[in-house]
Design a protein around this ligand. Structure first.
Ligand SMILES: [Zn+2]
Length: 231
């Protein structure tokens, strides 16, 4: 279990969805507190349901998705990332860069946000989550180095003493990597992909925004609303 991540309560089956029973009220578990949504309960009526219990890193990915859903439209993109560093947790979306032309990817945006909030770079125990796996390839549309270089501490403009050793992604970007193993070359000690259906499905839908048949042909606001309607 990575440092800084709340362990799952031991008596709850992973991935089981049911109405939050009274005995869990006040348990204070991060995942219990975080992962509620409206769904059909046993009575067939709409009730508030809780997913008990997803991988803690997936609960942070779910938070990142909700952060993306709830962020003002403005200049946001369709990717969200988070940094979990003990009690410090921050999220950011991809945004238009200051030049108004290029995009600042979510991983860079969240790192900058972390630095501006805490005045230092994340500790070596920090974990990164991102809805879409990190970019690798060169791109004229991106501000700065690739997110794989950034998170692995190889971006000379934003060096980190301790790069991220643990990264959890919602979906592997088919435009960037053949599989999650592709990222082994960047030296992450541990990198994983979500197996939580609600998280993985939303992240795949967000990834599909960049597919050739979709990109530039759909309304982004409507696409985001549809992709994130289940979370
Ligand atoms: Zn990127």
């Amino acid at each position: 279990m990575p440092l800084g991540i709340d362990p799952a309560p031991p008596d709850i089956k992973k991935g089981v969805c049911f109405k939050r029973p009274n005995k869990f009220l006040g348990m204070g578990s991060r995942a219990l507190a975080r992962s509620g949504r409206i769904g059909l309960g046993e009575s067939g009526k709409k009730e508030r349901l809780f997913f008990l219990l997803m991988d803690p890193l997936d609960s942070y990915l779910l938070d990142a998705l909700q952060f993306l859903r709830d962020s003002p439209d403005g200049n946001k993109g369709v990717v969200a990332a988070g940094i979990i560093d003990g009690e410090r947790v921050v999220y950011a979306t991809s945004v238009r860069a200051e030049d108004g032309k290029r995009w600042k990817h979510a991983e860079r945006a969240v790192l900058e946000k972390y630095f501006s909030e805490f005045g230092e770079m994340p500790s070596e125990n920090a974990v990164a989550v991102t809805t879409l796996s990190m970019c690798i390839k060169e791109s004229p549309h991106r501000a700065g180095a690739s997110c794989s270089d950034l998170l692995s501490g190889r971006d000379p403009e934003m060096p980190m003493e301790g790069a991220f050793k643990r990264v959890h992604v919602g979906y592997v970007d088919p435009l960037q990597a053949e599989s999650i193993e592709t990222y082994g070359a960047f030296g992450f000690a541990e990198i994983s992909v979500s197996k939580e259906p609600i998280v993985a499905l939303a992240c795949k839908k967000l990834s599909d925004y960049f597919s050739p048949g979709t990109y530039g042909k759909v309304d982004k606001t409507a696409y985001l609303k549809e992709a994130l309607s289940g979370i």
